[in-house]
Write a new protein. Structure first.
Length: 271
């Protein structure tokens, strides 16, 4: 039986200092300073949150000291929150893994997702290994499935997550401005077709290659946009309820008619 808890989601949208972790840590602290963070909240930062979308794996990877992960863990403890952000881990062949890492309110590692679809057009596939596992973790009675940026264009993996009973899906991103209409449309579509909350967290500003215009969003299972960050640096918040997903799926039980054999349930994706 679901409780009536109303947990808080916080999506952080900002312009990143290129390949400068400490400067981005300071920017995030400043951004959150004026946000009323409720205990147990889920704080979400964008893809490669401390460096920008860089192909220089050796320069931006976490290494043995793992400064970005330590920052996320400290942020989680400070705010008694669950915290998600994107980092780069170097592999023995000098390529990287583009990951979303999640820490619980005690600062302990909760989950680690590796981006399944690397962005070939931006040469990411040359520098980063593709992930192979759809995973979920528990937060505030939600089953959460994390994804990263280009993954959004591939609805089949979101369908797999729905088959794993995900009730909230997140997409952390560095989604460029020229295709921002795709970002908005696809986020809404993923919410509607999977009857779950969708949280898209994009950056704004620019880097040496791309321009970004934010539009981070929190979207209800019906496809209604609950919160929209617009194009400027900001943190948006929303309170979400697991009961909303249960009731919406109960009233319109489309998800029950999903046929797993047509989403490639055994097509080689682990998890």
């Amino acid at each position: 039986m679901r409780t009536q808890t109303v947990p808080q989601i916080i999506a952080c949208q900002y312009d990143m200092n290129w390949e400068d972790k400490q400067a981005n840590f300071d920017r995030i602290r400043d951004l959150l300073q004026d946000v009323e963070i409720q205990p147990g909240a889920l704080i979400i930062l964008p893809e490669m949150f401390s460096t920008g979308f860089s192909m220089n794996v050796r320069r931006i990877c976490e290494g043995t000291e793992r400064p970005s992960e330590m920052f996320l863990a400290d942020l989680a403890v400070r705010h008694a929150a669950t915290v998600m952000g994107g980092v780069t881990t170097e592999l023995p062949d000098a390529r990287g893994k583009n990951e979303a890492v999640i820490f619980d309110p005690a600062g302990q590692s909760l989950a680690r997702y590796s981006k399944i679809h690397t962005f070939t057009l931006g040469s990411e596939t040359d520098h980063y290994e593709q992930g192979s596992q759809i995973l979920t973790f528990n937060w505030a009675e939600f089953t959460v499935a994390p994804f990263i940026c280009y993954d959004l264009r591939f609805p089949e993996i979101f369908r797999h997550a729905a088959h794993k009973n995900a009730t909230l899906m997140t997409v952390i991103a560095s989604w460029p401005a020229p295709r921002i209409n795709h970002w908005i449309s696809l986020l809404i579509a993923r919410a509607i077709e999977n009857q779950c909350y969708i949280v898209g967290v994009n950056r704004c500003g620019s880097d040496p290659t791309y321009q970004y215009c934010g539009r981070s969003m929190i979207i209800a299972p019906s496809g209604q946009i609950i919160a929209d960050a617009g194009e400027d640096q900001t943190a948006i918040t929303a309170n979400v309820t697991p009961i909303t997903v249960d009731e919406y799926r109960g009233e319109l039980p489309f998800i029950n008619d999903m046929r797993p054999e047509y989403i490639g349930k055994n097509a080689g994706i682990k998890g």
